[in-house]
Design a protein around this ligand. Structure first.
Ligand SMILES: CC(C)(COP(=O)(O)OP(=O)(O)OC[C@H]1O[C@@H](n2cnc3c(N)ncnc32)[C@H](O)[C@@H]1OP(=O)(O)O)[C@@H](O)C(=O)NCCC(=O)NCCS
Length: 175
């Protein structure tokens, strides 16, 4: 199968139905499923700022020339100490687009986007011990495993460990 041409683009009105699905279809979002979420929040956020703000943005992962939506990526700002601003990124693809080389590329593209348009030094991403696809995707996107964050999230009925990865501005870019 030919590799799809991956891109990132802002959310449009046509993407809102897909974003609602991730909030209301159990498990569609993967291991991060933590119960039903308000589907109306999608239209409200789109009306507010089109999902584009300096501290909290979502972009559509597009494939092929027509910009078909395969899922989304997001980034949120955080801060360590007084001057340690960083971004944390996330991703979810629709099941039919997984395992085709889209996830690692989209996350590498998001890093390039943030390093180009902001002075950020550190981008981090968390994932789950059993999420081999995301662990491998992050490494392919230039991330390094930093360690285990013990009992950091309550998920699927119990407190669970997370894995924390990071990519720094000067780390080698895979794309
Ligand atoms: C996690 C996710 C973003 C990965 O993206 P993807 O497009 O499926 O992964 P890619 O095709 O880019 O594959 C990247 C690497 O992971 C490997 N991989 C993909 N799926 C895998 C799986 N199910 N098990 C083990 N390895 C897997 C690939 O083989 C590839 O490594 P390789 O080149 O060394 O062979 C995607 O599967 C997804 O959206 N899953 C559900 C949501 C989710 O888990 N998000 C992350 C939450 S922390």
């Amino acid at each position: 199968m030919a590799e799809p041409a991956v891109g990132l683009r802002p959310v449009t009105e046509d993407d809102l139905a897909m974003l609602r699905r991730f909030r209301t279809e159990p498990g569609l979002i993967g291991l991060d499923w933590n119960g039903f979420r308000d589907a109306g929040a999608v239209a409200r956020r789109f009306a507010e700022d089109g999902y584009l703000s300096a501290d909290d943005t979502s972009l559509i992962v597009s494939v092929d020339k027509d910009g078909t939506a395969a899922g989304f990526v997001n980034f949120r700002a955080g801060q360590y100490a007084a001057a340690g601003r960083y971004y944390e990124i996330g991703i979810a693809l629709l099941p039919e687009w997984r395992g085709r080389g889209i996830g690692w590329r989209a996350q590498a593209m998001l890093c390039d986007y943030l390093f180009t348009h902001t002075p950020v030094q550190r981008i981090q991403a968390g994932t789950h011990p059993e999420n081999l696809a995301e662990q491998r995707s992050l490494v392919k996107a230039g991330f390094t495993l930093e360690g285990v964050i013990r009992a950091s999230e309550f998920r699927a009925g119990q407190w669970r460990d997370g894995y924390l990865y990071s990519r720094l501005r000067d780390d080698p870019a895979p794309l």
